[in-house]
Design a protein around this ligand. Structure first.
Ligand SMILES: C[S@@+](CC[C@H](N)C(=O)[O-])C[C@H]1O[C@@H](n2cnc3c(N)ncnc32)[C@H](O)[C@@H]1O
Length: 306
């Protein structure tokens, strides 16, 4: 641990030593694959397999979800050169980033809120999984990020079922506390994805200081305050029987288990559900960690049901 940059030690607060080692191993061996998923609105899985075979690109189907594929990173350039990539028939996305949508138990007809949506990987994944037979409201606070979100939505052809709103998600309940006719009553959703802004320490690559030189305990702590505020906002907009998926690409407890536990302390009506995708590790009941590795970025998911 002594050879680590000192600013990173704050990540390990209250993490067992064996898990600290797993994290450092992951940071030392960055991802060696490129992964993507099929966009069902533009093509089928069979067409994707045909195009991969035609291009002689050796691929593997992700065992956790057969709509996702991965290749050795050395083939990324060739993959991005394929027609199906350029036309939005496939979407390059990390495997860990695909997990939250798979945890939401999505069904056609649902009203879905994506509270931190840009650049739109998960918004468009949900739209594709439901063949756009749903309505998704995608929130983003920052203008430049919002432009990326709008671009992704267009490129993936899911404009019909996604409404984009530029707003600070810590204030969204106030925004929705009146309907279009001015009647009181908060807009409600069946599913809420809370892929919160986080410290992104799950993406650190120790051989590239651009991926960690900005990290500090203080920044991580201030993110955790915003994360809890967002979870509070989500709670107020969830229908009874609905689900919230809280996710981060952080490995610190501060931004993961601690946030969820603080929330559960004041809202015992919520319970944690097990993940349908096997986690690497569960520090507390049903809170799921995937450690950074050559396959995945470090990731956390908690599924909250009311
Ligand atoms: C982890 S990224 C989301 C990634 C996205 N879900 C995806 O899969 O493509 C978090 C996003 O939240 C945005 N954000 C940060 N603070 C916010 C806030 N207060 N309200 C809404 N969005 C916010 C960031 O600009 C960033 O785009």
């Amino acid at each position: 641990m002594t050879s680590l940059p000192s600013n990173l030690l704050g990540v390990f607060e209250n993490i067992p030593p064996a898990d600290q080692e797993k994290i450092v191993t992951g940071w030392s061996h960055p991802r060696s694959i490129v992964s993507f998923r099929v966009n069902h609105l533009k093509c089928s899985r069979t067409e994707v397999i045909e195009e991969l075979k035609k291009a002689s690109l050796p691929y593997t189907v992700w065992p956790s979800w057969e709509e996702a594929f991965y290749l050795d990173k050395e083939h990324e350039y060739a993959l991005r050169g394929l027609e199906m990539y350029k036309t939005g028939k496939i979407y390059v996305q990390s495997l860990s980033s695909m997990i939250p949508a798979l945890c939401l138990e999505l069904e056609p007809g649902q009203k879905i809120l994506d509270m931190a949506a840009a650049p739109g990987s998960k918004t468009t994944q949900m739209a594709s999984m439901l063949h756009c037979k749903c309505s998704i409201v995608a929130l983003e606070k920052f203008g430049v990020r919002l432009e990326k979100l709008v671009h992704t939505i267009k490129a993936q052809g899911v404009e019909d079922c996604v409404e984009v709103v530029k707003i600070d998600a810590t204030e969204v309940v106030a925004h929705y506390s009146k309907d279009e006719k001015g009647n009181k009553g908060v807009k409600m959703f069946d599913r809420i994805l809370l892929d919160v802004p986080c410290s992104s320490d799950g993406r650190i690559n120790l051989s590239d200081d651009r991926t960690y030189k900005w990290y500090s305990w203080e920044k991580s702590h201030s993110k955790s305050t915003i994360q809890l505020e967002m979870l509070e906002q989500a709670r107020k907009m969830l229908v009874d029987g609905g689900k919230i998926v809280y996710s981060t690409c952080s490995t610190s407890r501060r931004e993961n288990e601690d946030v969820v536990q603080k929330f559960l302390k004041t809202h015992p009506e919520f319970t944690l559900l097990p993940s349908p995708i096997a986690p690497d590790y569960t520090l507390e009941d049903n809170m799921n960690r995937w450690y950074p590795s050559t396959m995945m970025e470090g990731f956390f998911v908690a599924i909250l049901s009311k």
